[in-house]
Write a protein that binds this ligand. Structure first.
Ligand SMILES: Nc1ncnc2c1ncn2[C@@H]1O[C@H](COP(=O)(O)OP(=O)(O)OP(=O)(O)O)[C@@H](O)[C@H]1O
Ligand SMILES: [Mg+2]
Length: 195
């Protein structure tokens, strides 16, 4: 992968991206350019099209019109390359409820192709960061909504992707957890800017 040396300065460029469901326009021809190392927040009321936009950028949904590039890769022409350079914490938290927090992180690390030792190290750091240390070995189905959210974000962070999508990352979190997430996002931004 040569995404770190791709020629332009943008992590994401969006060109007339549109999604229609029959006559309903979910995303109406948006254009955006997001610089590398930038933390970009997409704000809008319920139903504005934020999740739909993220799903198109992650190649989980095909645009009706327009396109975008992620680290230089076109979402329509090269979805497999796009998937290599992203990770996502979806709005509807996707975790395996019968597994423990630790097992969820190990599983997702493996899916991302990380070595076992590396996954263990990252999982330990992320569990601590998200304040889940004491509950790490408990089945996730016993977690509160906010705790599941924190685990979902830890899972998105494990592969340390060049581009990370967080859909409503602080939904349902208490003020303290919200602060922790923003602190971590700022920390990630500093790390990514050093590229
Ligand atoms: N599978 C679908 N079929 C039909 N319409 C859909 C579908 N998915 C989303 N929509 C519509 O697309 C529009 C945008 O929805 P989307 O979920 O992207 O909004 P959002 O900005 O993420 O909202 P929220 O803040 O509630 O998460 C809404 O009008 C929604 O009803
Ligand atoms: Mg949404």
């Amino acid at each position: 992968m040569n995404y770190l040396i791709n020629e332009n300065n943008y992590s994401i460029q969006i060109f007339g991206l549109t999604k229609k469901y029959n006559d309903q326009i979910a995303v109406n021809s948006i254009n955006l350019a997001i610089k590398r190392g930038e933390v970009f927040s997409l704000l809008g009321p319920n139903g504005a099209g934020k999740t739909t936009t993220i799903q198109m950028l992650c190649c989980l949904l095909k645009p009706t019109a327009g396109t975008a590039t992620v680290m230089g890769y076109d979402i329509n022409k090269n979805p497999s390359a796009v998937k290599e350079v992203i990770d996502i914490s979806p709005q509807e938290t996707a975790i395996a409820s019968h597994l423990t927090a630790w097992e969820n992180l190990m599983l997702i690390g493996g899916i991302n192709g990380l070595k076992k030792e590396e996954t263990k190290k990252r999982a330990k750091e992320l569990i601590e960061l998200m304040g889940l240390t004491e509950r790490a070995n408990e089945q996730v189905q016993n977690f509160s909504g906010g705790m599941q959210r924190r685990l979902s974000i830890a899972m998105a962070l494990i592969s340390d992707p060049p581009v990370l999508f967080l859909d409503e990352p602080t939904l349902g979190l208490d003020p303290q957890a919200r602060k922790t997430i923003w602190k971590q996002i700022k920390h990630l931004k500093e790390k990514k800017q050093s590229f």
